[in-house]
Write a protein that binds this ligand. Structure first.
Ligand code: G6P
Length: 741
């Protein structure tokens, strides 16, 4: 329709202009033709009456002459007749003879290109024909024709010419628009098909004929152009947005028109636990929860998770929902209950004994059991049921989290085909050889490729995933667009480096640094000026806690001045302790801490303070603020949010971060002291450097890193995913509209 209007309006305007230019031209031409006709007619009449008037003129009989003249005047066109004698004097003329014509200036009527004579009777044509007698000119016959009929005809001609142009315009428009529509549709259909990769790589289906072959060469260019425009659009948007809860809400409102948001994760953000007969709320130690909780507070929606707290069932409503955060509800948790067997097989078994070590290079063998895989599948299905139950529309936005749900995206896709499914893999993705160990690799990849978008923290993990798909499935992997087309559907593989809430919640940094320093030292029986290092992790073999303790031991060996003046305080949240590997790991850590303390404590401050217990976020932040150095020495980690939390806690710009090169965070934070955790000497040297770093250098490094996190906070992480989801939904809608149109 728009195309039609865009084309027709200028055409009509152009034709009208042409018509207005042409009509006067036609008018002038017809007038000239008529004038010429009148000249010929006048000569004819003069010749016809020549003989009959010659006599009366020669004889000087004015009456006879007038009789002849009046007889001839019955011709309806001839308006007046007159004779001007060569000897001069007044003309012998009919009474109609115009007074504007004088015998003295007849010459002006002899020019063939003369104008008509405009009289009060209307336009008149005047012709002058000489009358001879006996070989000499006796005078001129003046024939005056009424030309008002020409004016009438000219009006008619103008009207017809105008109609002709209008008709012509309509016909041309119609033909052009029909042709344009037909070929535009054909082109658009072809271009869309090519952009989807159809016809180039796959045979066309019967109901989708092959797109026009002439479009093939431009398909790649078009795709590149669209990608560039999208990247530019995104870069522009991102740089213009101040990433905050309000920014997320604005995206939801404006770009997603308040669409339904569902988050699915294994771990819930709030656990209700019964302690000493009372129900308490606890925040689990999980990077995933740290990142997503502020996002959900901003977005509302529903978070579907395993209800694992001992009092969880006591606080939910009839639909297993509970509003959180307690006292300030902003969204709901929908709890999914698992039997002991389900939890053992799906969570401890397949997810944490199989996929967790498979994806982390931490030299712990993955264990895959078919029974665990069965439970994993059943539980994924259970969560798919919950998603379908919680979805308010047929096309919700579902944010699937982590390796507990590799099969879930496909299950949701099968039941809610229009849903926008964004899956985020919070842990590393290994190379194809390592992933190939998994006996069910194909079904896991198939499950993940049910997603619309699949996100990882780093480009490296995106590439590992694409390599794995390439090796394992019959799928098309486009490395330029980072897209996988599998079973006719595309999944975009994207990098979204996760982050934390910025600025951190006010209650986390309310206590002044000096008080935090004093209180933490006092509680641990350390002198007020004692140097303190901090580590905050789940008690997990991927976190490099053993290597960290060995580095502390090495530091004391290399720099004995730190014996008795430096302690490393390790908060180790108990984790997955039903798994033997984790129990053994805890024993190793405890033993190592004991050995190092035995060696260096000498009755004074122990070099290692190991707290195997869960700490709520305000306690953790108090420790961060009390420490001189924070050590993150993961052997392999998707991102590691402890590093970012430590920086966020230091609004005094003091403290040093020692960071493993094997964390995703190290890519964003080069101003940290980057170490290889397996290189114990290097880590010890980094600890020494941190403890002796001048305050100005601490401040400079801190400011840069805090600046990065403030800009790339978790709202940006979520916002980018939601913007991509919005873009995808708009594109799908446009395609549907075009298809229907
Ligand atoms: C990692 C995983 C999360 C998980 C967290 C805590 O960060 O990526 O999905 O929640 O560890 O582990 P847990 O097994 O206690 O949930």
């Amino acid at each position: 329709m728009r195309l039609t209007l865009r084309f027709i309006v200028p055409l009509v305007v152009a034709l009208t202009i042409i018509a207005y230019a042409v009509v006067p031209l036609v008018d002038r031409l017809t007038l000239r033709w008529f004038a010429r006709d009148m000249d010929m007619r006048s000569t004819l009449i003069a010749n016809a009456i020549h003989d009959s008037i010659q006599d009366s003129l020669v004889s000087g009989s004015k009456t006879r002459t007038l009789t002849v003249f009046n007889k001839i005047l019955q011709d309806e066109r001839l308006y007046a007749l007159g004779f001007c004698s060569a000897s001069g004097g007044a003309p012998i003329a009919t009474w109609t003879f115009p007074s504007e014509i004088g015998c003295a200036d007849l010459d002006r009527f002899e020019d063939p290109s003369r104008e008509l004579l405009q009289s009060d009777k209307g336009p008149l044509h005047v012709a002058v024909v000489g009358i001879d007698a006996d070989g000499s000119r006796i005078g001129n016959l003046v024939l005056v024709h009424d030309m008002s009929f020409v004016q009438r005809r000219s009006e008619e001609t103008k009207r017809y010419v105008l109609y002709l142009f209008i008709g012509l315009g309509a016909v041309i428009s119609l033909i052009t628009v029909v042709i344009a529509q037909l070929s535009w549709r054909g082109w658009m259909k072809g271009v869309r098909a090519l952009l989807r990769g159809e016809g180039l790589f796959r045979p066309a289906a019967a109901d989708h004929p092959l797109p026009m072959p002439e479009l093939h060469p431009i398909a790649g260019d078009l795709r590149a152009l669209i990608r560039d425009m999208e990247a530019e659009y995104r870069a522009r948007d991102e740089s213009q947005i101040t990433w905050s809860p309000d920014a997320l809400r604005a995206i939801l409102r404006n770009d997603l028109r308040g669409d339904d948001i569902l988050v699915v994760s294994n771990r819930e953000p709030y656990m209700h636990v019964r302690r000493d007969g009372r129900i308490e709320v606890s925040r689990p130690a999980s990077g995933l929860v740290t990142a997503l909780e502020p996002v959900m507070r901003a977005c509302s929606g529903t978070w579907i998770a395993h209800g694992s707290g001992s009092a969880d069932r006591e606080v939910v409503d009839a639909h297993d929902r509970v509003a959180v955060p307690p006292g300030k509800p902003a969204y709901s948790i929908r709890r999914v209950w698992l039997t002991h067997e389900e939890e053992a097989g799906y969570y401890f078994g397949f997810a944490n004994e199989g996929l967790w070590p498979l994806c982390h290079i931490a030299h712990v063998r993955p264990t895959f059991r078919s029974g665990d895989r069965e439970r994993y599948m059943e539980v994924n299905r259970k969560f798919a049921d919950a998603v379908v139950e919680e979805a308010k529309t047929s096309d919700p936005i579902v944010l699937v989290q982590d390796y507990h749900f590799a099969l879930l995206p496909r299950m949701i896709r099968d039941r809610l085909p229009e849903a926008t499914i964004i899956t985020f893999w919070h842990i590393p993705w290994p190379n194809p050889e390592a992933f190939g160990i998994c006996p069910w690799r194909k079904e896991l990849l198939d499950g993940l490729l049910g997603s619309s978008i699949l996100g990882f923290h780093t480009r490296f993990h995106c590439n590992n995933f694409l390599d794995t798909v390439d090796r394992t499935l019959e799928a098309r992997v486009d490395r330029e667009t980072l897209e996988v087309t599998y079973g006719g559907k595309s999944t975009a593989v994207k990098r979204y480096p996760i982050s934390i809430e910025w600025p951190p919640a006010e209650e986390l940094t309310r206590k002044p640094v000096s008080e935090c320093r004093a209180d933490v030292r006092k509680r641990n029986h350390l002198p007020p000026d004692h140097f303190v290092g901090i580590g905050v992790d789940r008690l997990d073999y991927t976190k490099g806690i053993v290597e960290r303790f060995l580095a502390v031991e090495r530091l004391l060996e290399m720099e004995p001045r730190w014996i008795g003046s430096f302690s490393f305080l390790q908060i180790a949240a108990p984790s997955r302790s039903a798994i033997e590997e984790y129990r053994e790991f805890e024993a190793r850590v405890r033993m190592l801490a004991g050995r190092i303390n035995d060696r260096f404590a000498n009755g004074g401050a122990p070099p290692i303070l190991l707290k195997v217990e869960h700490h709520e976020p305000p306690d953790v932040y108090e420790h961060y603020r009390a420490a001189d150095v924070c050590c993150v020495s993961s052997l392999h980690d998707g991102m590691n949010l402890v590093a970012k939390e430590y920086l966020a806690s230091r609004d005094d710009d003091r403290g040093v971060l020692v960071l493993s090169q094997f964390t995703g965070a190290s890519r964003e934070l080069p101003e940290a002291l980057i170490v290889n955790p397996y290189d114990i000497d290097q880590c010890a040297a980094a600890l020494h450097m941190a403890l002796t770093m001048p305050v100005t250098e601490q401040r400079d490094r801190m400011r840069i890193m805090r600046g990065i996190i403030s800009e790339f906070n978790v709202y940006r992480w979520a916002g980018r995913m939601l913007l991509d989801a919005a873009g995808m939904r708009k594109r799908v809608k446009l395609q549907d509209d075009r298809g229907a149109g």
